[in-house]
Design a protein around this ligand. Structure first.
Ligand code: C5P
Length: 323
């Protein structure tokens, strides 16, 4: 079957999504958090090119909002300071989420997805994954599907390694390529500052640099740190600061050496610990309280080593429909 015939077969197998009885474009808005990896332990490259991880995710209070409304065809729009860097075609995880969900139910993905973007783009804070999870939940509710959580998590895992966590939020350990989650107990409030860099870093490029830097090294199996899990459970900021770790940091710094200056500026300004967030180039600074967060953010901005700095707290809830 040719590609065109395949597309035609798929088109006849789908039906239009239900139109609301009152005929108005009723929308569903979902709010989704960013994440920081408080531990990102990376194993050697697998035969499929991915890496096994012990990935401790913590959701933070920077949010994107995705609004789904009925439309004649799939359309993505985006607003926010970095909106010009967001792809509006079908490579956007929000579009792929709508397509995957619709395909599962024999629907055609006729929906307008509007993304209100506040999470740094290509920054290692799972902004794209957040939009995928948000679009999935918004379309699920808009189309009246009310899918079981397990089905939504399945689709999330198909969309990307970080997408299931965007749905779940809170704190969780991700194993496999990071998509197999176990929720973690977390108490108290952790205060953070995030230094946003100019321009993103490609996640595959950072994993590629990790492989090159570890060429010939027997990379150990990734395991979660018991001391770090205990720090989350007890809400102990000092203990968390002592145990933060990111195996991708050397690779991100190798590709973007100026990150060293940002990390130093935040540490000098009084952060308890500093690390690259996920695959970067956003850097994360754990601080004692809200007042320190404001001081460290101001010092980072004044240092000129980053584009801007944002204070946030964790844990934050996962994807949620707004009333
Ligand atoms: O799963 P996701 O699409 O977010 O992954 C993007 C890329 O990051 C993958 O194509 C791969 O290069 C890299 N990756 C990896 N190991 C993981 C997760 C991601 O090598 N566990």
């Amino acid at each position: 079957m040719s590609g065109t015939e395949g597309a035609a077969a798929r088109a006849t197998a789908t039906v239009p999504v239900p139109v609301p009885a009152h005929g108005r474009a009723a929308g569903v808005t979902v709010r989704v958090p960013a994440k920081v990896n408080v531990q990102l332990a990376v194993g050697g490259a697998r035969p499929d090119g991915f890496h096994d991880l012990a990935n401790v995710f913590l959701a933070v209070s920077l949010f994107d909002e995705v609004t789904a409304t009925p439309a004649a065809e799939l359309k993505i729009t985006c607003e926010g300071p970095d909106a010009d860097q967001v792809p509006l075609d079908r490579t956007n995880l929000a579009a792929r989420a709508a397509e995957l969900l619709a395909a599962r139910h024999g629907l055609s993905p006729d929906v307008h997805l509007h993304i209100k973007k506040d999470i740094p783009v290509a920054g290692g804070m799972a902004g794209g994954s957040a939009d995928g999870a948000g679009a999935l939940l918004a379309c699920d509710r808009l189309w009246g599907l009310d899918s079981p959580r397990a089905d939504l998590l399945d689709i999330c895992a198909e969309l990307g390694s970080d997408v299931p966590f965007s749905l779940v939020g809170g704190a969780a350990l991700g194993v496999g390529r990071g998509e197999r989650l176990t929720e973690l107990p977390v108490s108290g409030t952790f205060h953070w500052v995030f230094a946003v860099a100019d321009g993103g870093l490609s996640t595959p490029a950072v994993y590629g640099a990790f492989d090159r830097l570890n060429d010939g090294v027997d990379v150990p199996e990734p395991v979660a740190s018991p001391a770090l899990l205990e720090a989350l459970r007890t809400g102990d900021t000092a203990a968390l600061a002592a145990t933060l770790m990111n195996d991708l940091q050397p690779a991100a710094v190798f590709l973007r050496p100026s990150l060293t200056d940002v990390l130093e500026a935040g540490t000098k300004a009084g952060a308890l610990a500093a690390l690259v967030s996920g695959s970067g180039p956003t850097t994360a600074f754990l601080v004692q309280d809200a007042a320190s967060a404001d001081a460290v953010a101001a010092a980072l901005i004044a240092s000129g080593t980053c584009r801007t700095a944002r204070a946030a707290t964790s844990p934050a809830p996962g994807a949620a429909v707004l009333a």
